[in-house]
Design a protein around this ligand. Structure first.
Ligand code: FE2
Length: 157
């Protein structure tokens, strides 16, 4: 049964297709943050091991919220690795094991990429999809990424 919430099906599709990309980016960054948690080495091993654990837990919570938002807008939520890889705009780096500084720089880049993409999508949610709820929702997610990016950036400055 489709939601009857004052948004047309065409408008809802605009929101859910953008949310599918966001979900896939969150999943890709989640997996990457776990990989770095597992493989971090060097002087600040335990501190960064724990920092990455805190961040992948935060990303896991975001993933669940985004996935359920898609469902609330009347669409089935994608949920396979292939679909996530098909939709993500982030890059993975198989068989590479960066050093501490490179790991932090890659995570920062990926958070900033997500922040920028959300910012660019705000006008689409608000104006083209007539979807104030999702506009507010993704703004909150952007702020969470801004906090995570700020913490990582401090290690690099
Ligand atoms: Fe662990």
């Amino acid at each position: 049964m489709k939601p009857n919430i004052g948004i047309t099906q065409k408008e809802l599709k605009k929101s859910t297709s953008l949310l599918n990309v966001l979900l896939s980016n969150e999943m890709t960054l989640y997996v990457k943050t776990r990989k770095f948690h597992w493989n971090i080495g060097g002087n600040s091993f335990m501190e960064l091991h724990k920092l990455f654990e805190g961040q992948y837990n935060a990303l896991e919570a975001i993933i669940d919220e985004v996935a359920e938002r898609i469902n609330k807008l009347g669409e089935k939520t994608i949920g396979t690795m292939k679909e996530f890889l098909d939709h993500t705009t982030l890059k993975e780096s198989p068989n590479t094991y960066p050093n501490q500084k490179e790991m932090l720089a890659e995570l920062l880049d990926n958070h900033e990429h997500i922040i920028t993409e959300i910012r660019e999508s705000l006008s689409v949610y608000e104006e083209e999809a007539n979807d104030a709820g999702t506009t507010d929702f993704v703004t909150g997610i952007m702020q969470k990424h801004e906090t995570m990016a700020w913490i990582i950036r401090r290690y690099l400055s």
